[in-house]
Design a protein around this ligand. Structure first.
Ligand code: ADP
Ligand code: ADP
Length: 227
């Protein structure tokens, strides 16, 4: 039941900086795993390699026992929520959420795409915002749009990079519980990047603590200890 496996992963950037040094871990199907660590420790680098946006210098990433290099990026079934949400400013909320379904090789008829988009907009509680443009939305609302857009393709893995960092403290507490409830409802395997210990402890089934490109601790939430 190791759904995602990362084996002896290493990343040296073109400028010679070794951002990831011999990192190995695994993620069980359906788990919400937090990658925790200070800014600059390599969390985004790992997500980008898992997403296929960046090539490892060495090591291996497996999905369901299959090396990702054997799976074309478009077939990897990964949803990615970026730190800045990366919504399309000229499109409405509905158009943003539908977008992954109406482009590319496996595109759907518009009516079908809209139906699926509406399902995930309902789950993320943004139905009433359908005709708004992202510029008119609060940070928390934009974040929900980004999550709905990541989920419409019904990916097997959801990657979230500091998804709460643009929100105020009170909203962070509320939305992190909603994210946990949502990913458990959908049943999607999730990697959630954060620098906030308390946040990781409150929502992670498992927490992997990084520092300077290496894993310092990898434990179930209830076993995780703090120095
Ligand atoms: P985190 O997500 O934990 O903040 P990153 O993965 O973004 O960390 O970065 C890890 C380290 O690699 C940092 O020291 C960062 O400056 C460096 N880094 C990130 N991207 C590049 C790049 N493209 N080229 C060189 N160094 C990079
Ligand atoms: P890959 O080998 O997988 O193509 P690269 O090492 O080329 O990855 O880095 C990806 C991109 O990040 C490059 O286009 C590079 O220009 C950019 N980059 C370089 N240095 C940094 C840095 N310190 N922080 C963020 N991005 C950087």
């Amino acid at each position: 039941n190791k759904f995602v496996e990362v084996k002896k992963l290493r990343k040296v950037y073109d400028n010679g900086h070794e951002a990831i040094k011999n990192v190995s871990f695994s993620v069980k199907k359906g788990d919400l795993v937090c990658l925790l660590g200070p800014s600059g420790c390599g969390k985004t680098t790992i997500l980008n390699m898992i997403a296929g946006l960046l090539n490892p210098s060495s090591g291996e990433i497996l999905f369901g026992g299959k090396s990702v290099v054997e799976v074309a990026p478009k077939d990897r079934q990964i949803g990615y929520v970026f730190q800045n949400y990366a919504l399309y400013p000229h499109m409405t909320v509905l158009q943003n959420v539908m977008f992954p379904l109406i482009v590319g090789k496996n595109k759907k008829a518009k009516a079908d795409a809209q139906k699926i988009a509406e399902k995930y907009m309902s789950l993320t509680q943004i139905t009433e915002l359908a005709e708004q443009k992202p510029g008119n939305l609060s940070g928390g609302q934009q974040q929900r749009v980004a999550i709905a857009r990541a989920l419409v393709q019904e990916p097997q893995i959801l990657l979230m990079d500091e998804p709460l960092s643009n929100l105020d403290a009170r909203l962070r507490l509320k939305i992190r519980e909603e994210i946990r409830a949502l990913v458990k409802t959908v049943g999607i395997t999730t990697l959630f990047v954060t620098h906030d210990q308390e946040e990781a402890l409150s929502i992670g089934d498992k927490i992997i603590l990084f520092n300077d490109g290496v894993i310092q601790q990898d434990d179930l939430g209830e076993n995780f200890y703090l120095d």
